[in-house]
Write a protein that binds this ligand. Sequence first.
Ligand code: LLP
Length: 384
Amino acid sequence: MFDTATTEKFHSLKTPFYYYDLELLKRTLDEVKTHGIDKGYHVHYAIKANYNFEILELIKQAGLGIDCVSGPEIFRSLEAGFKGSEIAFAGVGKTDEEIQVGLDSDIFSFNCESLQELEVLNELAEKANKTASVSIRLNPNVEAKTHKYITTGLNENKFGITIDKLPQLFEMVPDLASIKLTGIHFHIGSQITELQPFIDLCEKVELVQHKFEQAGFSLQHVNVGGGYGINYETPDKEPIPDFKSFFEVFDKHLNLRDGQQLHFELGRSIVGQCGSLISRVLYIKEGINTNFAVLDAGMTELIRPALYQAAHRVDPLTSRKPEKTYDVVGPICESSDSFRKGIQLPELKRGDLVAIRSAGAYGEVMSSGFNLRERVKAYYSDRL
Ligand code: LLP
């Protein structure tokens, strides 16, 4: 997991902190490049997963674009050196100001999520004397087989335009002179570990493409979003997701039209495994059926367990015997502030360090100042 020198260094640092293995990130990006970008696919990194500049730099060097869901994310991407023409901008609630930022930056595409948004975008683009490039985000009603809070492609979800609204859309579009309809966009959910939902998505894309063609529209690109999952249980067995199989699904099952580009928006699968939250054991407390290991990190640093019942692997950086049963919890005044319940770990003592693994995506970015806690630092393998 970590070499001795790294673990020794960890001991001298104030905990908790995030640690990023940039070598692993580079190797992950190499796989994305080999199986995705080199095959002619366009991969936008979902910056919401982690927006640290050190990480963005490597992603930029690997030739990925960016997927944003807010104005500040667009600014951050530009600051990191990405071009407007590499940015896709999704989100059900884009404000007028955010749309303006997108227009000013001449972004690759506004992924529009409602008919009303299309009208507003058209108005703002007209005022700005621009033509906005638009991709219609459609809700394909595909079951992603993941946690309900990170499922986005079902009719009951707020995202995208449902397929039954297409006739209305086809009628509207010719009157919207300041937008150019260039593509269609889908994103069915996150942490999807089976390939079947992506195969189902391909079927829906075909159906939708057909409807656009029948209505006389041709599409320059198809954007199938992100959502590919990672192995939280045993990250060392699968530090890099199987991108070959992922991209092959689309190669096999998607019927792209001549000259049509295929775009992806991957977040977690790129940065998830390279990050760990390093924390110190503050107290050990005997409970009735378990022992509580109280850490100095909590839901303020990593909210995923509290919010999605996510089980991140907790690896002690010591190896004592015998193993004992622990509830690994944080210091925050909430019962949901718990990382793991009833797991077997080498005996822990006050002052021990633990690594909470697979925290590179939706970890640091979702941290909060609850209980007036300070934002923690990030360290990187190349300059520890
Ligand atoms: N594209 C769109 C439009 C999205 O909404 C998302 C994620 C992505 C791409 C990237 O998805 P990924 O490849 O990372 O699965 N905070 C939750 C995840 C929320 C994902 C939101 N949208 C978590 O910690 O599991």
